[in-house]
Design a protein around this ligand. Structure first.
Ligand SMILES: [Zn+2]
Length: 174
């Protein structure tokens, strides 16, 4: 009589494997951009190497639950317009357009959805806006329940200056 086997929890290797070969995928479509996410059919760049395998996944595939890999691929493919927009903003910034051009482009791009336009703080701090765009993509493909809100720098949070003064006061008093 065979002892029942206990299913093991999926480890990192299995997660990588399942992201690369979703159910129904024969794994032979590797005609193959070395910079691409190794999840089959994913339109993103690979940037996360779980377990130092030399096989890079995009951040969405790397951290998604294994059973969601296929859904994530589908979501990313249907949001190419947003992925392309993130790339466009990055390129505008990288190419030296550090002033307003990318801000104007983003405001125009999101004309119908003002909540997605860069805030005054995000317009000054490009990386905060990029972070929100990535979180928004996570939200739209179902990896994140709530829509992200614009971030503020810690030093610009309400009350931060008052707290800083209070801490300095304690140090002086000590
Ligand atoms: Zn991917």
């Amino acid at each position: 009589m065979n002892a029942p086997t206990t299913p093991r929890r999926p480890g990192i290797a299995q997660r990588v494997h399942e992201a690369m070969h979703p159910a129904g995928d024969d794994g032979h479509d590797d005609a193959f951009d070395p910079g691409a996410c190794r999840a089959s059919g994913c339109p993103c760049r690979g940037s996360v190497d779980l377990g130092s395998s030399g096989r890079f996944l995009c951040a969405w595939h790397a951290w998604a639950p294994p059973d969601k890999a296929h859904t994530v691929t589908h979501g990313l493919r249907s949001h190419r317009w947003l992925i392309d927009f993130v790339g466009e903003v990055q390129a505008m910034y990288r190419d030296g357009a550090k002033g307003d051009p990318w801000v104007a482009r983003a405001r125009e791009f999101w004309r119908e959805e003002p909540r997605m336009q860069p805030t005054a703080t995000e317009a000054r701090h490009w990386s905060l806006y990029l972070w929100r765009l990535r979180e928004e993509l996570s939200h739209r493909i179902g990896l994140r329940a709530d829509a992200p809100v614009p971030r503020v720098r810690q030093c610009e949070e309400e009350g931060f200056a008052a707290r800083a003064v209070a801490v300095q006061g304690e140090e002086v008093a000590a």
